[in-house]
Design a protein around this ligand. Structure first.
Ligand code: PHB
Length: 556
Protein backbone atom coordinates (compact mmCIF):
# COMPACT_ATOMS: atom_id res chain seq x y z
CA UNK A 1 0.00 0.00 0.00
CA UNK A 2 1.44 3.39 -0.87
CA UNK A 3 2.49 5.51 2.06
CA UNK A 4 0.74 8.74 2.85
CA UNK A 5 2.94 11.79 2.48
CA UNK A 6 4.19 12.85 5.85
CA UNK A 7 3.62 16.29 7.24
CA UNK A 8 6.81 18.29 7.57
CA UNK A 9 6.96 18.09 11.32
CA UNK A 10 7.05 14.29 11.27
CA UNK A 11 9.63 13.94 8.59
CA UNK A 12 12.29 12.67 10.91
CA UNK A 13 10.03 10.27 12.75
CA UNK A 14 9.99 6.54 12.14
CA UNK A 15 6.91 5.33 10.28
CA UNK A 16 4.04 4.15 12.42
CA UNK A 17 3.57 1.14 10.20
CA UNK A 18 5.86 -0.45 7.71
CA UNK A 19 5.06 1.16 4.38
CA UNK A 20 8.50 1.09 2.83
CA UNK A 21 9.02 -2.64 3.14
CA UNK A 22 11.60 -2.06 5.88
CA UNK A 23 10.83 -4.50 8.60
CA UNK A 24 11.98 -3.83 12.10
CA UNK A 25 13.48 -0.40 11.51
CA UNK A 26 14.72 0.99 14.81
CA UNK A 27 12.61 3.73 16.40
CA UNK A 28 15.22 6.36 15.66
CA UNK A 29 15.76 5.49 12.00
CA UNK A 30 15.15 8.45 9.70
CA UNK A 31 12.24 7.58 7.41
CA UNK A 32 12.99 10.05 4.57
CA UNK A 33 16.56 8.76 4.50
CA UNK A 34 15.37 5.15 4.23
CA UNK A 35 13.03 6.16 1.44
CA UNK A 36 15.71 8.11 -0.39
CA UNK A 37 18.02 5.09 -0.23
CA UNK A 38 15.17 2.87 -1.51
CA UNK A 39 14.73 5.20 -4.49
CA UNK A 40 18.46 5.13 -5.28
CA UNK A 41 18.55 1.35 -5.03
CA UNK A 42 15.54 0.89 -7.31
CA UNK A 43 17.08 3.22 -9.88
CA UNK A 44 20.30 1.21 -9.66
CA UNK A 45 18.47 -2.11 -10.14
CA UNK A 46 16.69 -0.59 -13.14
CA UNK A 47 20.09 0.20 -14.71
CA UNK A 48 19.99 3.88 -13.85
CA UNK A 49 16.64 5.06 -15.20
CA UNK A 50 12.99 4.85 -14.14
CA UNK A 51 9.93 6.97 -14.77
CA UNK A 52 8.36 8.68 -11.76
CA UNK A 53 5.45 6.27 -11.93
CA UNK A 54 7.88 3.36 -12.30
CA UNK A 55 9.57 4.53 -9.11
CA UNK A 56 6.23 4.80 -7.40
CA UNK A 57 5.50 1.15 -8.27
CA UNK A 58 8.99 -0.12 -7.44
CA UNK A 59 9.19 1.54 -4.02
CA UNK A 60 5.54 1.39 -3.00
CA UNK A 61 5.77 5.06 -2.00
CA UNK A 62 3.11 7.66 -2.71
CA UNK A 63 3.65 9.77 -5.81
CA UNK A 64 4.00 12.98 -3.80
CA UNK A 65 6.72 11.31 -1.71
CA UNK A 66 8.56 10.12 -4.82
CA UNK A 67 8.31 13.64 -6.22
CA UNK A 68 9.85 15.22 -3.15
CA UNK A 69 12.58 12.61 -2.78
CA UNK A 70 13.63 12.87 -6.42
CA UNK A 71 13.49 16.68 -6.26
CA UNK A 72 15.84 16.57 -3.27
CA UNK A 73 18.18 14.10 -4.98
CA UNK A 74 18.16 16.30 -8.08
CA UNK A 75 19.12 19.35 -5.99
CA UNK A 76 22.04 17.36 -4.64
CA UNK A 77 23.09 16.46 -8.18
CA UNK A 78 22.51 12.73 -7.58
CA UNK A 79 19.72 12.34 -10.16
CA UNK A 80 18.43 14.38 -13.05
CA UNK A 81 15.07 14.61 -14.74
CA UNK A 82 14.44 14.09 -18.39
CA UNK A 83 10.74 14.67 -18.87
CA UNK A 84 9.12 12.13 -16.57
CA UNK A 85 12.19 9.94 -16.41
CA UNK A 86 14.63 10.04 -13.52
CA UNK A 87 18.27 9.20 -14.32
CA UNK A 88 21.13 8.58 -11.92
CA UNK A 89 23.84 11.25 -12.28
CA UNK A 90 27.61 10.64 -12.18
CA UNK A 91 27.89 12.76 -9.06
CA UNK A 92 26.15 9.98 -7.12
CA UNK A 93 29.38 8.01 -7.53
CA UNK A 94 30.84 10.16 -4.75
CA UNK A 95 29.05 7.81 -2.32
CA UNK A 96 30.67 4.67 -3.77
CA UNK A 97 33.95 6.59 -4.11
CA UNK A 98 33.84 7.27 -0.36
CA UNK A 99 33.67 3.52 0.27
CA UNK A 100 36.31 2.71 -2.36
CA UNK A 101 38.79 5.29 -1.09
CA UNK A 102 38.25 4.34 2.56
CA UNK A 103 38.85 0.69 1.61
CA UNK A 104 42.11 1.62 -0.19
CA UNK A 105 42.31 -1.77 -1.90
CA UNK A 106 41.14 -0.53 -5.32
CA UNK A 107 43.80 2.17 -5.51
CA UNK A 108 46.56 -0.12 -4.22
CA UNK A 109 45.71 -3.33 -6.07
CA UNK A 110 44.07 -2.26 -9.35
CA UNK A 111 47.45 -1.65 -11.06
CA UNK A 112 48.48 -5.24 -10.19
CA UNK A 113 45.17 -6.63 -11.49
CA UNK A 114 45.50 -4.62 -14.70
CA UNK A 115 49.07 -5.82 -15.24
CA UNK A 116 48.00 -9.46 -14.77
CA UNK A 117 45.15 -8.99 -17.24
CA UNK A 118 47.62 -7.61 -19.79
CA UNK A 119 50.08 -10.43 -19.17
CA UNK A 120 47.46 -13.18 -19.51
CA UNK A 121 45.18 -11.42 -21.99
CA UNK A 122 42.27 -12.52 -19.77
CA UNK A 123 39.89 -10.61 -17.50
CA UNK A 124 40.99 -10.15 -13.91
CA UNK A 125 38.70 -8.98 -11.12
CA UNK A 126 38.91 -8.09 -7.45
CA UNK A 127 35.96 -8.86 -5.17
CA UNK A 128 35.16 -8.37 -1.49
CA UNK A 129 32.75 -10.28 0.71
CA UNK A 130 29.32 -8.74 1.19
CA UNK A 131 27.50 -10.94 3.72
CA UNK A 132 26.75 -14.14 1.78
CA UNK A 133 27.52 -12.51 -1.56
CA UNK A 134 30.60 -11.27 -3.35
CA UNK A 135 30.85 -7.72 -4.67
CA UNK A 136 33.29 -6.52 -7.32
CA UNK A 137 35.58 -3.61 -6.51
CA UNK A 138 37.66 -3.77 -9.68
CA UNK A 139 37.39 -5.19 -13.17
CA UNK A 140 40.25 -5.38 -15.67
CA UNK A 141 38.10 -6.56 -18.52
CA UNK A 142 39.28 -8.48 -21.57
CA UNK A 143 35.90 -10.11 -21.90
CA UNK A 144 35.06 -11.20 -25.40
CA UNK A 145 31.53 -11.07 -26.71
CA UNK A 146 30.87 -14.62 -25.55
CA UNK A 147 29.93 -14.07 -21.92
CA UNK A 148 28.46 -11.46 -19.69
CA UNK A 149 30.88 -9.29 -17.79
CA UNK A 150 30.25 -7.86 -14.38
CA UNK A 151 30.49 -4.25 -13.32
CA UNK A 152 32.13 -2.66 -10.31
CA UNK A 153 29.57 -2.89 -7.52
CA UNK A 154 27.73 -5.92 -8.91
CA UNK A 155 26.68 -8.44 -6.26
CA UNK A 156 26.81 -12.21 -6.95
CA UNK A 157 25.63 -15.11 -4.79
CA UNK A 158 28.72 -16.62 -3.14
CA UNK A 159 27.88 -20.23 -4.05
CA UNK A 160 27.86 -19.50 -7.78
CA UNK A 161 31.31 -17.94 -7.92
CA UNK A 162 34.98 -18.81 -7.51
CA UNK A 163 35.66 -16.24 -4.75
CA UNK A 164 32.60 -17.38 -2.73
CA UNK A 165 34.09 -20.56 -1.20
CA UNK A 166 37.27 -18.67 -0.22
CA UNK A 167 35.23 -16.08 1.69
CA UNK A 168 33.11 -18.86 3.17
CA UNK A 169 36.22 -20.34 4.81
CA UNK A 170 35.83 -17.44 7.26
CA UNK A 171 32.09 -17.85 7.80
CA UNK A 172 30.68 -18.38 11.27
CA UNK A 173 27.66 -20.56 12.05
CA UNK A 174 25.56 -17.40 11.85
CA UNK A 175 26.87 -16.69 8.37
CA UNK A 176 25.97 -20.20 7.17
CA UNK A 177 22.56 -19.75 8.72
CA UNK A 178 22.08 -16.47 6.88
CA UNK A 179 23.09 -18.16 3.64
CA UNK A 180 20.58 -21.01 4.15
CA UNK A 181 17.85 -18.48 4.85
CA UNK A 182 18.62 -16.54 1.73
CA UNK A 183 18.67 -19.72 -0.37
CA UNK A 184 15.26 -20.70 0.98
CA UNK A 185 13.82 -17.23 0.45
CA UNK A 186 15.19 -16.76 -3.08
CA UNK A 187 15.60 -20.18 -4.71
CA UNK A 188 16.17 -18.77 -8.21
CA UNK A 189 18.59 -15.93 -7.26
CA UNK A 190 16.11 -13.34 -8.50
CA UNK A 191 17.41 -10.78 -5.98
CA UNK A 192 20.81 -10.96 -7.72
CA UNK A 193 19.95 -9.01 -10.83
CA UNK A 194 23.48 -9.27 -12.26
CA UNK A 195 23.31 -13.05 -12.76
CA UNK A 196 20.99 -15.20 -14.89
CA UNK A 197 18.32 -16.85 -12.71
CA UNK A 198 18.89 -20.44 -11.68
CA UNK A 199 17.21 -23.09 -13.75
CA UNK A 200 14.85 -24.69 -11.29
CA UNK A 201 16.01 -28.09 -10.14
CA UNK A 202 19.11 -28.46 -12.29
CA UNK A 203 21.08 -25.81 -10.42
CA UNK A 204 20.38 -27.21 -6.96
CA UNK A 205 23.84 -28.81 -6.98
CA UNK A 206 25.40 -25.36 -6.38
CA UNK A 207 24.08 -25.52 -2.82
CA UNK A 208 24.93 -29.17 -2.31
CA UNK A 209 28.53 -28.67 -3.35
CA UNK A 210 29.13 -25.32 -1.65
CA UNK A 211 30.26 -26.71 1.71
CA UNK A 212 32.59 -29.14 -0.06
CA UNK A 213 33.99 -26.39 -2.32
CA UNK A 214 34.59 -24.30 0.79
CA UNK A 215 36.46 -27.19 2.41
CA UNK A 216 38.60 -27.59 -0.72
CA UNK A 217 39.23 -23.86 -0.93
CA UNK A 218 40.49 -23.97 2.64
CA UNK A 219 42.88 -26.83 1.82
CA UNK A 220 44.03 -25.61 -1.60
CA UNK A 221 44.14 -21.86 -1.17
CA UNK A 222 42.34 -21.41 -4.50
CA UNK A 223 38.86 -21.98 -5.83
CA UNK A 224 37.20 -22.61 -9.20
CA UNK A 225 33.99 -21.56 -10.87
CA UNK A 226 33.30 -24.10 -13.61
CA UNK A 227 30.33 -22.49 -15.37
CA UNK A 228 28.26 -21.88 -12.25
CA UNK A 229 27.02 -18.52 -13.48
CA UNK A 230 26.45 -19.34 -17.10
CA UNK A 231 27.59 -21.94 -19.61
CA UNK A 232 31.09 -21.14 -20.87
CA UNK A 233 32.11 -18.79 -18.07
CA UNK A 234 35.00 -20.12 -15.96
CA UNK A 235 37.05 -18.45 -13.21
CA UNK A 236 39.84 -19.24 -10.77
CA UNK A 237 40.40 -17.28 -7.58
CA UNK A 238 43.07 -16.75 -4.93
CA UNK A 239 42.65 -14.79 -1.68
CA UNK A 240 44.63 -11.63 -0.99
CA UNK A 241 45.36 -11.64 2.74
CA UNK A 242 45.53 -8.45 4.76
CA UNK A 243 48.78 -7.86 6.66
CA UNK A 244 48.64 -7.85 10.43
CA UNK A 245 45.25 -9.54 10.69
CA UNK A 246 46.32 -13.14 11.22
CA UNK A 247 45.67 -13.91 7.57
CA UNK A 248 42.17 -12.51 7.13
CA UNK A 249 41.06 -12.20 3.51
CA UNK A 250 41.06 -8.58 2.34
CA UNK A 251 39.73 -9.38 -1.12
CA UNK A 252 39.87 -12.14 -3.72
CA UNK A 253 41.59 -11.90 -7.11
CA UNK A 254 40.12 -13.90 -10.01
CA UNK A 255 41.12 -14.72 -13.55
CA UNK A 256 38.02 -15.13 -15.68
CA UNK A 257 37.85 -16.80 -19.06
CA UNK A 258 35.67 -18.78 -21.42
CA UNK A 259 35.70 -22.53 -22.10
CA UNK A 260 36.54 -21.78 -25.73
CA UNK A 261 39.91 -20.48 -24.47
CA UNK A 262 40.52 -22.40 -21.25
CA UNK A 263 38.80 -25.27 -19.51
CA UNK A 264 38.51 -24.95 -15.76
CA UNK A 265 41.23 -27.59 -15.48
CA UNK A 266 43.49 -25.61 -17.77
CA UNK A 267 42.92 -22.43 -15.76
CA UNK A 268 44.32 -24.29 -12.78
CA UNK A 269 47.33 -25.83 -14.46
CA UNK A 270 48.29 -22.97 -16.79
CA UNK A 271 47.18 -19.76 -15.10
CA UNK A 272 47.09 -20.44 -11.35
CA UNK A 273 50.88 -20.01 -10.87
CA UNK A 274 50.79 -16.56 -12.46
CA UNK A 275 47.70 -15.56 -10.52
CA UNK A 276 49.46 -16.65 -7.34
CA UNK A 277 52.56 -14.60 -8.02
CA UNK A 278 50.42 -11.55 -8.81
CA UNK A 279 48.61 -12.06 -5.49
CA UNK A 280 51.96 -12.26 -3.67
CA UNK A 281 52.85 -8.91 -5.22
CA UNK A 282 49.49 -7.51 -4.06
CA UNK A 283 50.14 -8.73 -0.52
CA UNK A 284 53.60 -7.14 -0.55
CA UNK A 285 51.99 -3.91 -1.73
CA UNK A 286 49.58 -3.97 1.23
CA UNK A 287 52.42 -4.87 3.58
CA UNK A 288 54.57 -1.96 2.40
CA UNK A 289 51.80 0.61 2.53
CA UNK A 290 51.79 2.63 5.74
CA UNK A 291 48.40 3.09 7.41
CA UNK A 292 46.66 6.29 6.39
CA UNK A 293 47.69 9.46 8.15
CA UNK A 294 44.52 10.85 9.65
CA UNK A 295 43.90 13.78 7.32
CA UNK A 296 42.01 16.98 7.84
CA UNK A 297 38.33 16.32 8.32
CA UNK A 298 36.20 16.55 5.21
CA UNK A 299 34.85 20.03 4.72
CA UNK A 300 32.07 21.72 2.82
CA UNK A 301 29.80 18.81 3.58
CA UNK A 302 27.33 21.08 5.32
CA UNK A 303 26.49 22.81 2.06
CA UNK A 304 22.85 21.73 2.38
CA UNK A 305 22.38 22.22 6.04
CA UNK A 306 23.03 25.94 6.21
CA UNK A 307 20.66 26.93 3.45
CA UNK A 308 17.14 27.86 4.39
CA UNK A 309 14.22 25.75 3.34
CA UNK A 310 12.94 28.70 1.40
CA UNK A 311 16.09 28.88 -0.70
CA UNK A 312 16.04 25.19 -1.44
CA UNK A 313 12.37 24.92 -2.21
CA UNK A 314 9.34 23.41 -0.60
CA UNK A 315 10.12 20.02 -2.10
CA UNK A 316 13.54 19.79 -0.47
CA UNK A 317 13.75 17.17 2.29
CA UNK A 318 16.55 18.30 4.57
CA UNK A 319 16.72 15.11 6.61
CA UNK A 320 17.45 13.15 3.43
CA UNK A 321 20.16 15.55 2.26
CA UNK A 322 21.75 15.65 5.70
CA UNK A 323 21.69 11.89 5.98
CA UNK A 324 23.36 11.35 2.60
CA UNK A 325 26.08 13.83 3.55
CA UNK A 326 27.11 11.41 6.32
CA UNK A 327 28.36 8.84 3.79
CA UNK A 328 30.69 11.37 2.18
CA UNK A 329 32.37 12.08 5.51
CA UNK A 330 34.33 8.83 5.02
CA UNK A 331 37.34 8.58 2.74
CA UNK A 332 40.96 7.55 2.27
CA UNK A 333 42.42 9.24 5.32
CA UNK A 334 39.25 8.77 7.37
CA UNK A 335 38.13 5.16 6.86
CA UNK A 336 36.83 4.84 10.42
CA UNK A 337 34.98 7.61 12.18
CA UNK A 338 33.42 8.03 15.58
CA UNK A 339 30.05 9.71 15.99
CA UNK A 340 31.80 12.87 17.15
CA UNK A 341 34.01 12.85 14.03
CA UNK A 342 31.03 12.32 11.72
CA UNK A 343 29.21 15.22 13.35
CA UNK A 344 32.28 17.44 13.05
CA UNK A 345 32.95 16.52 9.41
CA UNK A 346 29.37 17.05 8.30
CA UNK A 347 28.54 20.01 10.48
CA UNK A 348 25.46 18.12 11.67
CA UNK A 349 24.16 18.13 15.21
CA UNK A 350 25.35 15.05 17.08
CA UNK A 351 21.80 13.74 17.45
CA UNK A 352 21.18 14.12 13.70
CA UNK A 353 24.42 12.36 12.78
CA UNK A 354 23.62 9.60 15.27
CA UNK A 355 20.20 8.95 13.79
CA UNK A 356 21.63 8.85 10.27
CA UNK A 357 24.25 6.30 11.39
CA UNK A 358 21.54 4.21 13.08
CA UNK A 359 19.56 4.30 9.83
CA UNK A 360 22.58 3.24 7.77
CA UNK A 361 23.45 0.44 10.13
CA UNK A 362 19.90 -0.83 9.82
CA UNK A 363 20.18 -0.70 6.01
CA UNK A 364 23.56 -2.48 6.08
CA UNK A 365 25.45 0.48 4.61
CA UNK A 366 27.48 1.23 7.75
CA UNK A 367 29.00 -1.15 10.30
CA UNK A 368 29.88 -0.30 13.87
CA UNK A 369 32.83 -1.78 15.78
CA UNK A 370 33.16 -0.42 19.28
CA UNK A 371 32.91 3.33 18.95
CA UNK A 372 33.88 3.55 15.29
CA UNK A 373 31.80 3.34 12.13
CA UNK A 374 32.92 2.16 8.67
CA UNK A 375 31.19 2.01 5.29
CA UNK A 376 30.24 -1.46 3.96
CA UNK A 377 30.55 -2.69 0.36
CA UNK A 378 26.79 -2.31 0.07
CA UNK A 379 27.36 1.44 -0.42
CA UNK A 380 28.27 0.41 -3.99
CA UNK A 381 24.62 -0.62 -4.49
CA UNK A 382 23.81 3.11 -4.55
CA UNK A 383 24.30 3.66 -8.27
CA UNK A 384 27.79 2.32 -8.86
CA UNK A 385 27.18 -0.56 -11.31
CA UNK A 386 25.28 1.37 -13.99
CA UNK A 387 27.26 4.58 -13.50
CA UNK A 388 30.58 2.73 -13.71
CA UNK A 389 29.79 2.05 -17.37
CA UNK A 390 29.22 5.68 -18.35
CA UNK A 391 31.20 7.20 -21.23
CA UNK A 392 32.27 10.82 -21.58
CA UNK A 393 29.66 11.53 -24.30
CA UNK A 394 26.93 10.20 -21.98
CA UNK A 395 28.23 12.32 -19.13
CA UNK A 396 28.34 15.38 -21.40
CA UNK A 397 24.96 15.01 -23.12
CA UNK A 398 22.72 16.63 -20.47
CA UNK A 399 25.26 19.42 -20.00
CA UNK A 400 25.26 20.10 -23.75
CA UNK A 401 21.45 20.22 -23.72
CA UNK A 402 21.62 22.73 -20.86
CA UNK A 403 24.16 24.86 -22.64
CA UNK A 404 22.20 24.85 -25.89
CA UNK A 405 19.07 25.93 -24.05
CA UNK A 406 21.00 28.81 -22.43
CA UNK A 407 22.77 30.15 -25.52
CA UNK A 408 20.34 28.99 -28.24
CA UNK A 409 23.17 27.64 -30.38
CA UNK A 410 24.22 24.13 -31.35
CA UNK A 411 26.85 22.57 -29.09
CA UNK A 412 29.05 19.51 -29.50
CA UNK A 413 31.80 17.37 -28.04
CA UNK A 414 34.64 15.90 -30.09
CA UNK A 415 37.80 13.85 -29.70
CA UNK A 416 40.96 13.62 -31.75
CA UNK A 417 41.39 10.66 -34.12
CA UNK A 418 44.37 8.39 -33.54
CA UNK A 419 46.41 10.01 -36.27
CA UNK A 420 45.65 13.44 -34.88
CA UNK A 421 44.57 14.62 -38.30
CA UNK A 422 40.85 14.54 -37.71
CA UNK A 423 38.32 15.27 -35.04
CA UNK A 424 35.35 13.03 -34.50
CA UNK A 425 32.09 14.28 -33.01
CA UNK A 426 30.99 12.19 -30.01
CA UNK A 427 27.93 14.15 -28.81
CA UNK A 428 25.88 16.98 -30.21
CA UNK A 429 22.81 19.01 -29.36
CA UNK A 430 21.44 21.00 -32.28
CA UNK A 431 19.16 24.00 -32.22
CA UNK A 432 16.10 23.94 -34.40
CA UNK A 433 17.87 26.35 -36.73
CA UNK A 434 19.16 24.85 -39.94
CA UNK A 435 22.90 25.02 -40.32
CA UNK A 436 24.76 24.56 -43.51
CA UNK A 437 27.18 22.13 -41.89
CA UNK A 438 25.35 18.89 -41.38
CA UNK A 439 27.10 17.36 -38.41
CA UNK A 440 26.06 14.25 -36.52
CA UNK A 441 27.75 12.05 -33.94
CA UNK A 442 30.51 10.21 -35.80
CA UNK A 443 31.18 13.00 -38.30
CA UNK A 444 34.88 13.56 -38.95
CA UNK A 445 36.44 16.87 -39.94
CA UNK A 446 40.05 17.96 -40.47
CA UNK A 447 41.34 18.79 -37.00
CA UNK A 448 43.45 21.76 -37.88
CA UNK A 449 40.65 23.65 -39.62
CA UNK A 450 38.28 23.50 -36.64
CA UNK A 451 38.19 25.19 -33.25
CA UNK A 452 37.55 21.78 -31.63
CA UNK A 453 40.61 20.34 -33.35
CA UNK A 454 42.87 23.23 -32.40
CA UNK A 455 41.97 22.92 -28.74
CA UNK A 456 42.71 19.19 -28.93
CA UNK A 457 45.95 19.60 -30.89
CA UNK A 458 47.14 22.34 -28.55
CA UNK A 459 47.50 19.73 -25.83
CA UNK A 460 48.56 16.79 -28.00
CA UNK A 461 52.12 15.48 -27.66
CA UNK A 462 54.54 17.00 -30.18
CA UNK A 463 54.50 15.18 -33.49
CA UNK A 464 50.75 14.51 -33.42
CA UNK A 465 48.70 15.96 -36.20
CA UNK A 466 49.58 17.32 -39.59
CA UNK A 467 53.09 18.68 -40.03
CA UNK A 468 51.74 21.82 -41.62
CA UNK A 469 50.09 23.00 -38.42
CA UNK A 470 51.06 26.45 -37.43
CA UNK A 471 52.53 26.29 -33.93
CA UNK A 472 51.45 29.87 -33.32
CA UNK A 473 47.79 29.01 -33.74
CA UNK A 474 48.07 26.11 -31.33
CA UNK A 475 50.17 28.06 -28.85
CA UNK A 476 47.51 30.72 -28.76
CA UNK A 477 44.77 28.15 -28.14
CA UNK A 478 46.94 26.71 -25.37
CA UNK A 479 47.61 30.01 -23.64
CA UNK A 480 44.10 31.43 -23.98
CA UNK A 481 42.33 28.20 -23.15
CA UNK A 482 40.04 28.38 -26.16
CA UNK A 483 40.10 28.48 -29.94
CA UNK A 484 37.95 30.61 -32.19
CA UNK A 485 37.76 29.68 -35.86
CA UNK A 486 36.14 32.08 -38.16
CA UNK A 487 34.82 30.91 -41.48
CA UNK A 488 37.85 28.73 -42.18
CA UNK A 489 36.16 25.39 -42.53
CA UNK A 490 33.16 26.70 -44.33
CA UNK A 491 32.08 30.13 -45.33
CA UNK A 492 29.63 31.64 -42.90
CA UNK A 493 30.38 29.29 -39.97
CA UNK A 494 32.01 30.49 -36.78
CA UNK A 495 33.01 28.21 -33.93
CA UNK A 496 34.49 28.59 -30.48
CA UNK A 497 35.81 25.63 -28.45
CA UNK A 498 37.27 24.89 -25.00
CA UNK A 499 39.10 21.83 -23.65
CA UNK A 500 37.76 19.08 -21.35
CA UNK A 501 40.50 17.71 -19.08
CA UNK A 502 40.74 14.40 -17.25
CA UNK A 503 41.86 14.01 -13.62
CA UNK A 504 45.51 14.27 -14.66
CA UNK A 505 44.91 17.51 -16.56
CA UNK A 506 45.23 15.97 -20.01
CA UNK A 507 42.81 17.26 -22.66
CA UNK A 508 40.59 14.29 -23.59
CA UNK A 509 37.84 16.07 -25.51
CA UNK A 510 36.76 19.51 -26.67
CA UNK A 511 33.46 21.31 -26.34
CA UNK A 512 32.26 23.87 -28.86
CA UNK A 513 29.42 25.92 -30.11
CA UNK A 514 29.11 26.65 -33.81
CA UNK A 515 26.79 29.11 -35.47
CA UNK A 516 26.20 31.11 -38.54
CA UNK A 517 28.65 34.01 -38.55
CA UNK A 518 25.84 36.53 -38.73
CA UNK A 519 24.60 35.47 -35.28
CA UNK A 520 27.55 36.64 -33.16
CA UNK A 521 30.63 38.73 -33.88
CA UNK A 522 33.95 37.14 -32.93
CA UNK A 523 34.08 39.57 -30.02
CA UNK A 524 30.63 38.46 -28.80
CA UNK A 525 31.73 34.86 -29.02
CA UNK A 526 34.45 35.65 -26.51
CA UNK A 527 32.50 37.93 -24.21
CA UNK A 528 29.08 36.20 -24.26
CA UNK A 529 29.55 32.57 -25.27
CA UNK A 530 32.97 31.71 -23.88
CA UNK A 531 31.95 32.09 -20.20
CA UNK A 532 28.98 29.78 -20.79
CA UNK A 533 31.20 27.24 -22.54
CA UNK A 534 33.71 27.39 -19.70
CA UNK A 535 31.00 26.88 -17.08
CA UNK A 536 29.70 23.85 -18.97
CA UNK A 537 33.20 22.44 -19.47
CA UNK A 538 33.78 22.71 -15.71
CA UNK A 539 30.55 20.84 -14.98
CA UNK A 540 31.43 18.08 -17.43
CA UNK A 541 34.90 17.85 -15.92
CA UNK A 542 33.55 17.65 -12.38
CA UNK A 543 31.32 14.71 -13.38
CA UNK A 544 34.14 13.09 -15.34
CA UNK A 545 36.54 13.36 -12.40
CA UNK A 546 34.00 11.84 -9.99
CA UNK A 547 33.14 9.02 -12.41
CA UNK A 548 36.74 8.18 -13.29
CA UNK A 549 38.13 8.03 -9.78
CA UNK A 550 37.85 4.23 -9.68
CA UNK A 551 36.55 3.33 -13.13
CA UNK A 552 37.75 3.89 -16.66
CA UNK A 553 35.53 6.35 -18.51
CA UNK A 554 35.93 6.01 -22.29
CA UNK A 555 36.36 9.37 -24.07
CA UNK A 556 34.17 8.21 -26.95
C1 PHB B 1 34.23 -11.94 -12.83
O1 PHB B 1 35.14 -11.23 -12.45
O2 PHB B 1 33.52 -11.59 -13.78
C2 PHB B 1 33.99 -13.25 -12.18
C3 PHB B 1 34.75 -13.61 -11.08
C4 PHB B 1 34.51 -14.83 -10.46
C5 PHB B 1 33.53 -15.67 -10.96
C6 PHB B 1 32.78 -15.31 -12.05
C7 PHB B 1 33.01 -14.09 -12.67
O3 PHB B 1 33.32 -16.85 -10.38
Amino acid sequence: MPAKPMPESQEGAAPPADESGQRGAPEEAVTPLMRGIAVLRELTEADGTLSLSGLERATGLARSTVDRITATLARMGYVRFDGRDVHLSPRLMELGNAYMSALRLPALLAPHADALADELDESVSLAVADLDGIRFIHQATRRRAMSLSFRIGDLLPAERTAPGPLFATEWTATDWQRWRHRRAADPRDLSFTAVPPRRSGADARYDETFARRTQEASTNGWSLDDQLIEPGLVAISVPVRAPGTGGRIACVASVVSHTSRHTAHHLRTALLPRLRSAVRAMERELDNTPPPEPGPPASDLARWTGASKQQLGREFIESLARGLTVLTAFGEDRPELTLTEVARATGLARATARRALITYEHLGLVAQTGRTFTLTPRVLSLGFPPLSRTSLPEIAQPHLADLTSRIHESTALAVLSESGEEIQYTARVATARVMSVNITVGTRLPAYATALGRVLLADAPAGTGPQTSDEGVLASARSRGYALVDEELEEGIRSIAVPIRDRSGRVVAALNTAMHASRHTPQECVTDLLPELTTTATRIQTDLHTASRFTRVPAS
